[in-house]
Design a protein around this ligand. Structure first.
Ligand SMILES: NC(=O)C1=CN([C@@H]2O[C@H](COP(=O)(O)OP(=O)(O)OC[C@H]3O[C@@H](n4cnc5c(N)ncnc54)[C@H](OP(=O)(O)O)[C@@H]3O)[C@@H](O)[C@H]2O)C=CC1
Ligand SMILES: O=C1OC[C@@H](O)[C@H](O)[C@H]1O
Length: 433
């Protein structure tokens, strides 16, 4: 049954049912013939009655035409500006290099288009403040602007968060990681270019950081206390080796409440094989790791369990919550709720045992109004598109949203992390409007 469900969800993700389009469907244009747009917008739009992917623009018109043909997009524009000036377009998806997000999001809002903006929202916090606090963005009837942290829109991550909120004890440690295996990114990839806003903390690392901040609550300030990175070795795997680029990064933060936060990202995860293989064999071999987030709480004193009624004993429970695969949850994810029980007499531990419950959430809980709308096979991108459209249309939506203050706060931590590492925050665009 388990394997059948995985295969069925996966099949439906790849071949989604196509919805007939409503007359007032939102017409989205793609800025850039990017690799990611088919996953984030083109495929999810097929099953959405209120979205039509109407146009694409690329720097090279021939490339745009080819892309349009592959993905069945009717209009091709010769430049990004031409697309955002097209009155037939209501919204744009900005999947340009990070260093171009600020300028093209602002230009699009200026042209009155709603914007789905790839993460990270900008190159740094200076840009993020300018974008999200711009009078064009904050005006009463301003277009919708959303940083595309897709994983937050999936019921699986929201279920994990609600487990965090209802767990006993204060949060003690948070750990989150996302490591990409080699072979996914080419040597010329935008992620290895400083001028384009590249680096691991701007890419794979931005997710675990965002997840940790979601777990803690956005008002918590993360102060980096130890940041290490692996730079790109020039010439290695054909990469240019820019000195400001972090190919991998590990950062430890502390909050004012003394919570320890550990975030780890890698654009080229290699060599982490079981120790019975000699390290000299495996050092250069690609390795795979599931994206993961975990939270450990302080132990709390609870009632004695039945049958252990000893007045001089105390019963403590310490919880650890783990979410496996918060980033691509539709195929498979799991939430482990693990309670470590300890009976103590004074300083003496008399008994310990562990209880673990497992949860998954491919949809909202049964009976919840949202469960009637969402489908188990919806990817986090499809969920995100649903909420973007709900906002544009002024509908109620799931309640999950990422506002400008959140996007700014995320960029502020990224900047502080680079500074602590001894690297420069990513460069600020000179574009003004
Ligand atoms: N939400 C998610 O899961 C993911 C999000 N992303 C984000 O999406 C964005 C794009 O990533 P991805 O699709 O992987 O990247 P691509 O390299 O495939 O796309 C980037 C696009 O930017 C355009 N571009 C404009 N100027 C430049 C330039 N100087 N150098 C290179 N490209 C340029 C290109 O457009 P043109 O077609 O005009 O040549 C290209 O299509 C990034 O912000 C990334 O962080 C990426 C992957 C996953
Ligand atoms: O989801 C993702 O996976 C691969 C990354 O490089 C990318 O930018 C990210 O959004």
């Amino acid at each position: 049954m388990f394997l059948f469900d995985v295969l069925q969800r996966t099949y439906t993700v790849v071949f989604p049912p196509t919805a007939p389009k409503n007359d007032d469907a939102i017409r989205i244009g793609l800025l850039g013939a990017s690799k990611i747009a088919p996953f984030v917008v083109v495929n999810p739009a097929k099953s959405h009655p209120d979205v039509i992917v109407a146009a694409v623009a690329a720097r090279d018109i021939e490339r745009a035409k080819k892309y349009a043909k592959t993905h069945g997009i009717p209009i091709v524009h010769a430049s990004y500006q031409e697309l955002i000036d097209d009155p037939a377009i209501d919204a744009v998806y900005v999947a340009l290099p990070n260093g171009m997000h600020y300028e093209w999001a602002l230009r699009s809002i200026h042209a009155g288009k709603h914007v789905l903006l790839e993460k990270p929202s900008c190159s740094n916090a200076i840009e993020a403040k300018k974008l999200f606090n711009h009078p064009l963005t904050t005006a009463k009837n301003a277009p919708v602007l959303l940083e595309a942290f897709h994983y937050q829109f999936h019921p699986g991550f929201q279920t994990f968060l609600s487990e965090v909120r209802k767990s006993p004890g204060a949060i003690k440690n948070v750990r989150a990681e996302f490591h990409l295996s080699p072979g996914i990114l080419g040597s010329e990839d935008i992620r290895f270019r400083y001028a384009l806003g590249g680096g691991c903390m701007m890419d794979a690392g931005t997710y675990p950081l965002s997840i940790a901040r979601q777990i803690l609550g956005r008002e918590k300030i993360l102060e980096p206390i130890d940041v290490r990175y692996r730079g790109v070795q020039p010439g290695k795997d054909g990469r240019v080796g820019e000195p400001q680029i972090d190919e991998a990064m590990e950062a430890t933060y502390r909050t004012a409440e003394s919570v320890n936060v550990h975030v780890s990202g890698d654009l080229l995860h290699k060599g982490k094989w079981p120790s019975f293989f000699p390290a000299s064999w495996t050092r250069a071999l690609p390795s795979f790791k599931w994206p993961k987030a975990s939270v450990t709480f302080e132990p709390v004193l609870v009632d004695m369990p039945n049958g252990e009624d000893n007045n001089s004993s105390q019963h403590f429970v310490q919880r650890t919550l783990t979410m496996w695969n918060p980033l691509i949850p539709t195929f498979y994810h799991r939430i482990d709720i693990s309670d470590e029980h300890t009976l103590r007499q004074g300083d003496h531990v008399t008994k310990t045992w562990n209880e673990t419950k497992y949860k998954t959430a491919y949809n909202w809980p049964e009976g919840d109004r949202r469960a009637a709308v969402y489908k188990d096979w919806w990817t986090s991108y499809r969920c995100q598109l649903e909420e973007f459209v709900n906002r544009v249309k002024g509908r109620e939506g799931s309640g999950v949203w990422i506002d400008g203050a959140e996007s700014i706060a995320q960029m502020e931590v990224i900047d502080r992390t680079y500074e602590k590492a001894g690297l420069k925050p990513r460069p600020t665009s000179t574009f003004e409007l």
